[in-house]
Write a protein that binds this ligand. Structure first.
Ligand SMILES: Nc1ncnc2c1ncn2[C@@H]1O[C@H](COP(=O)(O)OP(=O)(O)OP(=O)(O)O)[C@@H](O)[C@H]1O
Ligand SMILES: Nc1nc2c(ncn2[C@@H]2O[C@H](COP(=O)(O)O)[C@@H](O)[C@H]2O)c(=O)[nH]1
Length: 187
């Protein structure tokens, strides 16, 4: 390992497969995932996916008041946050870590970590999001929300260091790896 650990920030359009791509890239590069705490409930087949810790509002508030979060956001009435202890754990003795975040969180971590952070924007067409989420059995109100947010989310791609379409998972993973390797990041 040389240089400082890197932070890959996966963002993009909801339901585009960001977590799927992030996992594979993380495995290939030896990066660790950073768990996010949320007050929303797990969705079908989502429990224990390694990306979220589901906690209640009062536990979230207690951690918030104790200053444990580096970043928090409220989306559709639910709170999400990244704890300093989780990021430190993911970075300890490793080549780096990765997070899956919305646009605001991605911006914040990019500002905090500067050159160490690399933003990867993952997207597919709105129609493909619809088909994948429906096939996954996602609740109707969640699918509707993802559809409504699509145009706003997709506009963030121009700010990111890499923009990758995820039609075929292994191809998307290769493109992210190539983009990171050809960047100025020291790994
Ligand atoms: N390249 C692909 N081809 C087909 N299906 C895919 C592909 N990548 C991911 N998927 C599927 O799409 C669905 C959404 O994937 P995933 O949960 O990784 O996306 P996400 O963008 O992190 O979602 P969310 O915004 O809900 O957090 C899953 O059912 C996943 O198996
Ligand atoms: N800024 C942050 N964004 C986060 C965090 N955890 C998840 N997310 C992003 O929020 C939306 C909504 O997520 P959903 O799983 O409920 O649909 C999505 O873009 C996530 O990537 C966080 O801790 N901070």
């Amino acid at each position: 390992m040389s240089g400082r650990p890197i932070l890959l920030l996966f963002t993009g359009t909801g339901g585009s497969g960001r977590k799927s791509v992030a996992c594979k890239v993380g495995e290939a590069m030896g990066l660790h995932p950073v768990v996010s705490y949320t007050t929303r409930s797990p969705r079908p087949r989502e429990a224990n996916n390694g990306f979220y810790r589901y906690i209640n509002e009062s536990d979230f508030e207690m951690s918030f008041q104790a200053g444990e979060f580096m970043e928090t956001v409220t989306i559709n009435g639910y709170r999400y946050g990244i704890k300093r202890s989780e990021l430190d754990k993911a970075l300890a003795g490793t080549r780096g870590a990765y997070l899956v975040l919305n646009r605001e969180g991605t911006e914040l971590f990019k500002r905090m970590y500067g050159e160490q952070a690399f933003r990867v924007f993952i997207y597919v067409s709105k129609q493909t999001v619809l088909e994948r989420l429906t096939a996954k059995g996602m609740p109707y109100e969640v699918v509707e929300r993802y559809m409504a947010q699509y145009s706003d989310e997709v506009s963030y791609r121009k700010s990111c260091e890499a923009v990758v379409e995820n039609m075929e998972l292994s191809l998307a993973v290769s493109k992210v790896l190539e983009a990171v390797r050809s960047s100025q990041l020291v790994i």
